[in-house]
Design a protein. Structure first.
Length: 235
């Protein structure tokens, strides 16, 4: 008796005769450098941005100061100008201009320059910090103007070392461009005078020099003269 042999269908895999497209090998592609902008184009774009910024510059608030003082020939220690911004002159230049303007405005007051303070500090090393790098602390506390903290301690040491009660702290000399895209601008000087013993602020204010095409020496000198005029009465 013969066994029945089941006939199973056979399947054959159909092989496609189409050739596949090879995948691109990106590692073999040449490196393409993007062309740089030409220098004249970059300069033109930078100039356009500067002009646009100047045209949109807001008008600075007017300089403000309290009434000028009659120092009656007292001795005042003048510290270095603490910061300059937008002008080519140094802080030392700004300090010299302010000292000259104060001496011209009030010849009776004894204006003690920062170099004499530095000389005294060299003779007593470690007594007080460098006057060129004072702490940037606020003079307004609880709606009253006075010194406190580290700045007050340093200024009192200066006062004791130089035997003077009044100390002038010139805060900044900065260039203010003219508003509305106009050319030129002014230098603004700001300062605070304190009573070192009581820590009270006895004068504060700012003043603008004459309008100048650039922040040249005349712009700084006229700002120093304006600040001296706002600070003390002529003597």
């Amino acid at each position: 008796m013969q066994s029945a042999k089941a006939d199973f269908p056979t399947f054959q895999r159909r092989v496609s005769t189409r050739r596949r497209k090879p995948r691109p090998d990106f590692s073999r592609m040449p490196h393409i450098k993007m062309p740089r902008s030409a220098p004249p184009l970059r300069r033109a774009l930078a100039a356009a941005l500067v002009l646009a910024a100047g045209a949109c510059a807001p008008r600075p608030a007017p300089a403000q100061a309290v009434a000028a003082m009659d120092l009656s020939g007292q001795k005042v220690l003048v510290l270095p100008v603490q910061a300059v911004s937008g002008i080519p002159q140094s802080r030392a230049d700004a300090t010299r201009e302010l000292l000259f303007a104060l001496g011209e405005r009030d010849t009776r007051t004894q204006w003690t320059d920062p170099e004499r303070l530095r000389a005294a500090l060299r003779r007593t090393p470690g007594y007080a910090d460098d006057p060129d790098a004072l702490p940037a602390e606020s003079f307004m506390h609880h709606r009253e103007r006075y010194m406190q903290g580290g700045l007050g301690s340093i200024v009192r040491r200066y006062s004791a070392l130089m035997d003077t009660r009044l100390v002038l702290i010139p805060q900044a000399a900065q260039w203010l461009p003219a508003a509305g895209g106009a050319q030129g601008g002014v230098v603004r000087l700001s300062a605070v005078m304190v009573d070192a013993r009581s820590s009270n602020v006895i004068w504060y204010g700012e003043a603008d020099g004459q309008s100048r095409p650039t922040a040249d020496a005349a712009a700084l000198a006229t700002a120093a003269a304006a600040l001296a005029q706002a600070m003390v009465v002529s003597r």
